[in-house]
Ligand binder design. Sequence first.
Ligand code: NAG
Ligand code: NAG
Ligand code: NAG
Ligand code: NAG
Ligand code: NAG
Ligand code: NAG
Ligand code: CU
Length: 618
Amino acid sequence: MYTFSFVVLWFLILRIVFSHPVVRNREPVTHVLHFEATSRNNFQGRRIIAISDYEEYYDKTFGPPIRVHAGDTINLSLKNSICSEEEVHLGENDKVWKDYCDTGLHFHGLVPIGNHVDGVPGLTQPPIRTGDTFWYNFTVPEDVCGTYWYHSHSTIQYGDGLRGTLVVECDEYDLLVNRVVQSLRQRAADNGLLDIPPTAETTEQQGIQEEFVTLSDWYEDWNLDVARDKMMFPGGTTDPHIDGSLINGSENDQLEINLNPDTEAVVLRLVNSGMAGTQIIHAEGKHMVVIETDGILVKPYAIDTLSLAVGQRYTVIIYVDEEPIKLINGCNKMMGYITKVFWLAKSSPTRELGFDGNIKNLPGFYRGELYKELEPLPFNNSGGINILGSREKEDDIQRITLDYLYVRDNDEITQKYGTEMYTVNGKTLQEYMESPIEVAGGKILEIIINALDHMRHPWHMHGHHFQVVSLGEKRDGALRLNGEDDDTEINDAEKRYNDDLKYWTESGKTPMTRDSINIEGGSFAVVRIETNMPGNWLLHCHVEWHVAKGLGVVIRELPEPSKQLQEQSPWEQVNTTSLQINSNSTINEPFPTSKIRVLSIYTMIMSVLDLILYWIII
Ligand SMILES: *[C@@H]1O[C@H](CO)[C@@H](O)[C@H](O)[C@H]1NC(C)=O
Ligand SMILES: *[C@@H]1O[C@H](CO)[C@@H](O)[C@H](O)[C@H]1NC(C)=O
Ligand SMILES: *[C@@H]1O[C@H](CO)[C@@H](O)[C@H](O)[C@H]1NC(C)=O
Ligand SMILES: *[C@@H]1O[C@H](CO)[C@@H](O)[C@H](O)[C@H]1NC(C)=O
Ligand SMILES: *[C@@H]1O[C@H](CO)[C@@H](O)[C@H](O)[C@H]1NC(C)=O
Ligand SMILES: *[C@@H]1O[C@H](CO)[C@@H](O)[C@H](O)[C@H]1NC(C)=O
Ligand SMILES: [Cu+2]
């Protein structure tokens, strides 16, 4: 009997030793969250939207942070209590009020979780009316990881407060952080690609302090007033004046992140959760090592100054010592910057506050996108697939060209919407909501976006990360306009595009992959996606004001022909030409979570075995 127990004991020990590195001893968790969006006045008497029960976030125009692990499930209910009955009544004759009173929640960049939880009222779900509750239930796939945010997708609502941060943790991210810190421990980073060890021994984050900082522009007036008083009438502006900026939801210029005495490196997750302004971040005297672009892990790349388009997220790592680190932030308004500083410090004496230099003179200042430098790592969250590789198969590529501009002189449009609108190929976003651009499934879709407008706009794609194949500098001009003859003179755009294609072929590199980018005025972008997510997906400018003024399209991705035969997709049951959502339709899990199943079965068997062994030993 003793011998037997001894054998069993060894078996147990061996199992612990050998099973742990392979099997993550973590079961997927379901996070049940109840959000109620309500209206209230902040301490300045400005109307904002608060998410109830989270006193801490009142007055900060941010909801509670969400933090989950890859593979976890989120069941989130959103109750709409934004408007009073009286205000709902106003909405019957007033589109601005109506849109403000309805809502829907979008999980920005968190893909693929399904079109039915994409949160676009009137497109992917019925608008959540006053008093109603909508459930967003979805599982975050095992290979999705990084920094996201959630926000209302009812035109001009999120800047008033219906927004918050969302982190998806995973081992790959933690290991990458550790590899970067191991490298920085040996020597300070130069600008450019960082040499990192091939592996890290542990996912434990020792000496590493993680902070999430949100950056936003700010308007003194309630968004609905801004829209009505400044924009949504003939001759109204496209870009209301930005009055201030928020770091972590606060206008305060005395923020300080207290570092623990043993902190060796700070992992800074950053999001531009603003309504219009590009954000700049610079750590004085330090390099920042970028490891993530919008939920895609990248080859660690050190830079001096970071620029964030609205909607973009970055993770940067800053190696710290005993000296406090001054972070300089610039929020780009129409002319110049609103500047602020905040500190990372182990002790907290009074420090110099403002920054009186020029943001544009910061070392490494560049407002374009580092689409050749920030290369995705071959991890499965779609970053590693180089879809350029299939370029030889021309048949597999579909192309669409989107030319956008602000239409000042079309009476028909001005009359219909009560104000001038942006159009893409002659149509407004509101029109695309009713008749989307249809594209075939199972192919590569190359989208050319041409700015026939002189302003910079941040474009965001739903349901996908895209690869940035080519991107113009200001005044490069448009690339192959719709209806343009083939023998048009080769312009700067065409040259850049051809050079970029050559660069990707020769270097064998993968272009920057993400869900949001700034496109310069009088310029162009070429992005590619795989059409592997059937549904209706927005591709739009992320300036809240410009969405209200029609700047965007809807791309309807049809199911792959071959898949249609194999299995009944809910998209066939749904009449895709109508916007009615079939609320009964079964939810198609785009990525089967088979890994979870295997793990559960394994854990179950092992638990039973444990019980039996326990019983035998006792
Ligand atoms: C979460 O939502 C799913 C899908 O509707 C459901 O099956 C599950 O029971 C829910 N879980 C919890 C804990 O509410
Ligand atoms: C989502 O989860 C909640 C909570 O478990 C459940 O009551 C609801 O029916 C689910 N809704 C959908 C559409 O799956
Ligand atoms: C902002 O809030 C987050 C927590 O949500 C915290 O980690 C971070 O330190 C704060 N940043 C500043 C500058 O106060
Ligand atoms: C990535 O995907 C490939 C093929 O689908 C699979 O073999 C591999 O195990 C995946 N890796 C991870 C880290 O999930
Ligand atoms: C789909 O909806 C459109 C518009 O509502 C309608 O005209 C069409 O007949 C419908 N098709 C089917 C197959 O139900
Ligand atoms: C929802 O399901 C019920 C019961 O299966 C069915 O009677 C009803 O027609 C369905 N509704 C829609 C919109 O498909
Ligand atoms: Cu815009």
